[in-house]
Ligand binder design. Structure first.
Ligand SMILES: CC(C)(COP(=O)(O)OP(=O)(O)OC[C@H]1O[C@@H](n2cnc3c(N)ncnc32)[C@H](O)[C@@H]1OP(=O)(O)O)[C@@H](O)C(=O)NCCC(=O)NCCS
Length: 177
């Protein structure tokens, strides 16, 4: 049995533990902790997946915007599943759940920088070709990793431009992949 729900403020330790175990180092946990405190990252969606009351997965979405446009947009980063719980579909369930919440909140575009083969399963498409520039230029060989999907009709094609992320993420080292 697995269930997904919004992470409570009191569950910060669970969130950070999942990030640490999934990535095998502290960088992502520190990033998530900083993002949760960053006013420019709000609104956020922070979801935990539980198996037998144990936190095994976490996904974070933070606010972004497109320069000189009014569209509501969000960035998926990071997604983390603890090693023992990987390859059971939990990452996919967290993505779907998050996208549903964002859609209900009126978010129009969701971006991600990640494995193209993985995220294309969940509706993401290469964002560069659709007119969306990443906060920092993505190296040519990873260009496909910068992806987007629209959550509302008639968005793709009606807006383009440079994506501006939360301050904590606005550093070149986060945009190399
Ligand atoms: C990548 C990750 C989020 C996937 O979550 P998950 O719950 O294991 O994924 P799902 O069960 O939904 O899907 C599994 C699929 O993801 C694919 N996948 C896992 N890691 C991958 C990688 N590094 N590159 C490409 N695909 C990958 C698997 O090949 C698998 O495909 P299959 O179903 O054909 O076997 C998880 O493995 C993880 O947390 N890894 C460590 C942290 C990380 O690298 N996060 C990257 C996202 S920012």
């Amino acid at each position: 049995m697995m269930n997904i729900r919004e992470a409570l403020a009191s569950e910060l330790a669970d969130v950070l533990m999942v990030e640490q175990l999934a990535f095998g180092q502290d960088d992502e946990a520190k990033l998530v902790e900083a993002l949760l405190e960053d006013p420019s990252a709000k609104p956020i969606v922070s979801l935990l997946a539980f198996k037998k009351n144990q936190a095994v997965g976490h996904i974070l979405f933070t606010k972004v915007y497109i320069a000189e446009s009014e569209n509501a947009a969000s960035l998926l980063a990071p997604l983390a599943i603890v090693p023992e719980a990987q390859k059971q579909g939990i990452g996919g369930r967290l993505i779907d759940h998050g996208l549903q919440k964002l859609s209900q909140a009126g978010v129009e575009l969701v971006f991600v920088l990640g494995y193209p083969k993985y995220y294309s399963r969940f509706g993401f498409k290469p964002a560069g070709a659709l007119g969306f520039e990443a906060p920092y230029p993505i190296p040519e060989q990873n260009a496909d990793a910068w992806m987007v999907q629209a959550l509302q009709p008639n968005i793709i094609g009606s807006v383009r431009g440079k994506v501006v992320c939360a301050e904590v993420l606005n550093q070149p080292e986060y945009w190399r992949e």
